[in-house]
Design a protein around this ligand. Structure first.
Ligand code: BJW
Length: 234
């Protein structure tokens, strides 16, 4: 691995939260086996059947109350506190387990379960009641709140900041993601082109495994604390 990284970008996906009991999307038994992606994760699906989509996200938000961050989230929280260089933690996850595991500076490129986006005024707000109950927007009072998540065909958040960090990184680490969804799946190539070493920590080789300089396979709850120890011991 990179001898002495100064600037690290970490990308996480659903696999990092799997050991906390949150379903992934594409694994056997994952969310996309039980819900049609076109129905619940596209703007067109939301326009067709808003109740179905609001209910899907209300259910996932409620489930967050019953799970805890695992050893991988805690290890990344520790890395953020103790790594002396530059670190950007980017997650595709809409859960809040990185923050609950001690990380305070997390880019949620696919949004967050805990916030709503008002389709009328564009303001974001903390969700206080199930969105299926159609609560009013705290800013404009319109009953047009939608989940603040990025669906297929929509632009992920903070892309400029992410690409800038990838361009400066000397180490890129991808954790628990299938590499099936762009633009996140292309970050490894972006980082490589900028000269970074690339490491994958995933249960099994992902779709983009061949892009990585090194791939370690196993559960994130074991692999991530081990890797963080290595980085902090340098
Ligand atoms: C473990 C583990 C353990 C399990 N330990 N590991 C054709 C070609 C290229 C691109 C496109 C194309 N056609 C359309 C596109 C674009 C499209 C896209 O990528 N489609 C693909 C299907 C091909 N992308 C978009 O539309 C995006 N927007 C966009 O591109 O805008 C234009 C743009 C242009 C230029 C620059 C920038 C932008 C938007 C994508 C939005 C994705 N939204 C979702 C839903 C969000 C809200 C929600 O959570 O409901 O995001 S879909 C879903 O997939 C969710 C996830 O964040 C995302 C990625 O999933 P993830 O995290 O990788 O989970 P899994 O389940 O796939 O994988 C889990 C992995 O963990 C597995 O590998 C397991 O092995 C592993 N694992 N247990 C370690 N214990």
């Amino acid at each position: 691995m990179s001898d002495d990284p100064h600037s690290i970008v970490i990308l996480t996906g659903a696999g990092i939260s799997a050991e906390s009991g949150i379903d992934t999307f594409r694994d056997a038994g994952g969310l996309w086996e039980r819900h049609r992606v076109e129905d619940v994760a596209t703007p067109e699906g939301f326009a067709r059947d808003p109740d179905l989509v609001l209910g899907f996200y209300d259910m996932r938000r409620a489930a967050l109350a019953n799970v805890e961050p695992n050893a991988a989230h805690h290890a990344l929280g520790r890395l953020e506190r103790e790594f002396p260089g530059e670190l950007l933690l980017v997650t595709q996850n809409v859960d809040n387990l990185h923050e609950r595991g001690g990380a305070s500076n997390v880019v949620h490129m696919h949004g967050e379960l805990g916030t709503a986006l008002c389709a009328s005024c564009g303001k974001r707000s903390t969700i206080e009641a199930p969105l299926s109950d159609r609560p009013p927007c705290p800013a404009c009072e319109a009953r047009s709140l939608r989940p603040d998540v990025v669906w297929f065909g929509e632009m992920p958040y903070q892309m400029e900041r992410i690409y800038e960090a990838l361009g400066r990184a000397d180490l890129f680490v991808s954790i628990g993601t299938s590499g099936a969804v762009y633009p996140a799946a292309g970050f490894v190539q972006e980082a490589k082109a900028a000269g970074a070493r690339t490491l994958e920590l995933n249960l099994e080789p992902s779709e983009g495994s061949h892009w990585f300089d090194e791939s370690r396979n196993g559960p994130a709850g074991t692999l991530v604390p081990g890797w963080v120890e290595e980085v902090l011991a340098r």
